[in-house]
Design a protein around this ligand. Structure first.
Ligand code: PAF
Length: 282
C-alpha cells in the first residue's frame, strides 16, 4: 500500500491509473478503523480496480471542541488493517494540505435535509462534512465512493450534494456492522468505559423496540415511550429519537402504516455521543 500525505503526489499516482482506464473506489474515513470501514474497502475492491482510502480528522465537522480533542487516533493500527485488506493507496493529509486557506466551510444546496436531526443538534456539522468530502472528491476523482449506513443522514446529505453539484461520482453504502450484542461499530465506542459500554446496548434494543411496535402504535407515542425508557437509565441521555421518511427525513405522524420509515437516535454516555438507525420496513 502506498501512503501519501501530499495532494500532488497522490494526483500523479492517480493520473497514471486514470490513463490506463483503471476505475477508482474511494473510502473516506477519519481513522480509528473498525470492521465497518473495512467492509467498505471490501465493497470497493469488488467494484473497482484501485482502492483509495483517506484518513483525515476533519476539524470543521466537529461542533464540540472536546469531541475533536478526544477523537481516537490509531494510525499505526489503521495502516496495518488497510494493508491486510489490500488497500492500494492511503491518503493521509494534514490540516494545511486540506485547508490551505484556513478552516472555512462552504455552503451547499441541501434542501434542508442538513438542518434536521444531526444538523439541528450539531449546527454546521454537515457544512464541514460536505466541504471536506467535496474537496476529497475533487482530489481523488473516484468513480465510486463508499459510506457506512450507520451515518444515515450523512449519506442522504452527501447524495444531495452530489446531485446538486452534478458530480459524476457514484455513491454506494455498506450496511451497519454490529457487535454481537447489537451495538453499531463506531470509532467512538473505544472511548466508552466498561459500564458505559454495557449501557450502550440500549440504543439498538430501543431501535428494535420501535421496529416491533411501528405500525401498531402512533409514532409520537412511540417516541414518548422511548424517551420514558431512557429516563429510567442512569448516566445515559437521549439526545433525540425520530421516525422519519428515509428520503425526505420528514418526521412521520400517526401509525405510519405502509410508509417507508427509518428510526434514528443519538445518545450521550458521559461525553461520548453515539448515533444509530434502523429501517422499519424490512
Ligand atoms: O464518516 C466519516 O468518517 C466522516 O464524516 C467523513 C465522511 C470521512 C468526512 O470527514
Amino acid at each position: 500500500m502506498r501512503v501519501l500525505t501530499n495532494i500532488n503526489s497522490l494526483n500523479q499516482l492517480l493520473e497514471n491509473c486514470r490513463v490506463s482506464n483503471k476505475s477508482i473506489g474511494f473510502v473516506p474515513t477519519m481513522g480509528a478503523l473498525h470492521e465497518g470501514h473495512l467492509s467498505l474497502v471490501k465493497l470497493a475492491h469488488k467494484d473497482c480496480d484501485i482502492v483509495v482510502c483517506s484518513i483525515f480528522i476533519n476539524p470543521t465537522q466537529f461542533n464540540d471542541s472536546n469531541d475533536l480533542e478526544n477523537y481516537p487516533i490509531t494510525i499505526e493500527e489503521d495502516i496495518k488493517l488497510l494493508e491486510e485488506q489490500s488497500c492500494d493507496i492511503l491518503f493521509l493529509p494534514n490540516v494545511t494540505e486540506m485547508y490551505p486557506q484556513g478552516l472555512n466551510t462552504k455552503q451547499y444546496q441541501l434542501n434542508g435535509i442538513d438542518k434536521v436531526l444531526e444538523g439541528r443538534k450539531r449546527p454546521g456539522h454537515f457544512d464541514g462534512v460536505c466541504t471536506i468530502v467535496h474537496r476529497l472528491f475533487s482530489i481523488v476523482k473516484p468513480n465510486t465512493a463508499y459510506f457506512g449506513e450507520k451515518d444515515f443522514q450523512q449519506v442522504a446529505v452527501i447524495r444531495q450534494m452530489v446531485n446538486s453539484l452534478s458530480l459524476t461520482v457514484q455513491i454506494k453504502t455498506g450496511e451497519t456492522i454490529r457487535e454481537k450484542d447489537g451495538l453499531a461499530k463506531s470509532s467512538r465506542n473505544t472511548l466508552l468505559s466498561v459500564s458505559q459500554r454495557q449501557k450502550a446496548t440500549y440504543v439498538y434494543a430501543s431501535l428494535q423496540k420501535i421496529k416491533s411496535l411501528y405500525g401498531k402504535v402512533d409514532c409520537t407515542q412511540l417516541k414518548e415511550m422511548i424517551k420514558d425508557d431512557f429516563n429510567q437509565v442512569q448516566d445515559m441521555q437521549l439526545d433525540y429519537v425520530e421516525i422519519v421518511n428515509p428520503h425526505s427525513l420528514r418526521p412521520l405522524k400517526g401509525k405510519g402504516i405502509k410508509e417507508e420509515a427509518v428510526a434514528l437516535m443519538a445518545v450521550f454516555l458521559g461525553k461520548v455521543r453515539l448515533i444509530d438507525n434502523l429501517s422499519l420496513n424490512d
